[in-house]
Design a binder for this molecule. Sequence first.
Ligand SMILES: O=C(O)CCC(=O)C(=O)O
Ligand SMILES: [Fe+2]
Length: 364
Amino acid sequence: MASSKIAEPSAASPVDIPVIDISARDAPNQLLDAAAKFGFVFVENNEAGIDARQISHMFDLSRDLFQSPTEIKEACSINCNKSGKNKGWLSMHTEKLDPATQKRGDFKEAFNIGEYKGDAAQQPLPDPLAPHEKAIGDFVSSCHTLCNEILRLFAVALEIPPDWFTSRHDRTKGPSGSVIRLLYYPTMAGMEEVEDGIDIRAGAHSDYGSVTLLFQLPGQPGLEILTPRGTWASVPVDPSSTQHAHDALANSNGHGSRTLPILVNIGDLLSYWTNNLLKSTVHRVVFPTDAQKGGEDRYSMAYFCHPLDDAELVSVPSKLVEEYGAREGTAVRHGKHTLTARDHLNERLAATYGTKNRPQGIEE
Ligand SMILES: O=C(O)CCC(=O)C(=O)O
Ligand SMILES: [Fe+2]
């Protein structure tokens, strides 16, 4: 991953990320173009997407969870043995997404829910979530189905068998590191002093898996991407508004009930699989200027879709990928030992949680 300087509070100008209807005939090429140029794309949330009521319900659960007393969340901490690896609650500053640059950990709380078996989570869920275990599982399934459709369209665009990626993301065939993550970035009102230009809500990073779905709420901006020129550009919550987030708030009831498009980004594995033709773009979450004076909480949710643990990380058999790798010098050179998705995820998690130096290898 390209590390980067922690930046000043956001004065970044918005980036024009394309909005695509994945049920359109030309969707494969449009997706490929956006992924190759930005690494990010908005997907219209129409009948090919995810029920807006499911999304809204998940945000309600997230709010209930993060507003619960600490003891309730602590009982399902990521550090407790019952939760299992990379699952459970992360308290403020637990994660440091850009360890090379950050002094303090991210100014956020998170709750990671890993794969289900049937309708059952494989980890303890705290009180606000436990009665909704099945609904959460259904939401995860909807997310996974959408990711698989996006992966199928990428395969079509890359002229490989349409199931090349999806067969490696088939949840009936084995476990994977896929996770739904609820995120909460509290307002700065009443919080300890934030050091301007040093502290950050989520440090610069690229995602580890194949694709990520990101759900945001109107009026709660903060996401930025690193452009090829090395500058930061803000990602709107609602791409239909020319001025981002605050306009979006005016157009909605502020409760996420308008069906916003879903933000999709490419993770390191899909980038690696495609010789970097698909970009795993570095991004971060900053304090909006007004959050530093109090501002708003930000809630978001990310579904990190990962290949099956045993999937081997070899380049996809696509002429387009091969030619791109040869032209750009990005072709993956394989050593004696082919990495699996499991090896890669374990290395990345060890780096993020500070138990190991950043791994060499699959970095941009
Ligand atoms: O909260 C967000 O908008 C982004 C979160 C993110 O990038 C991540 O958790 O990987
Ligand atoms: Fe991310």
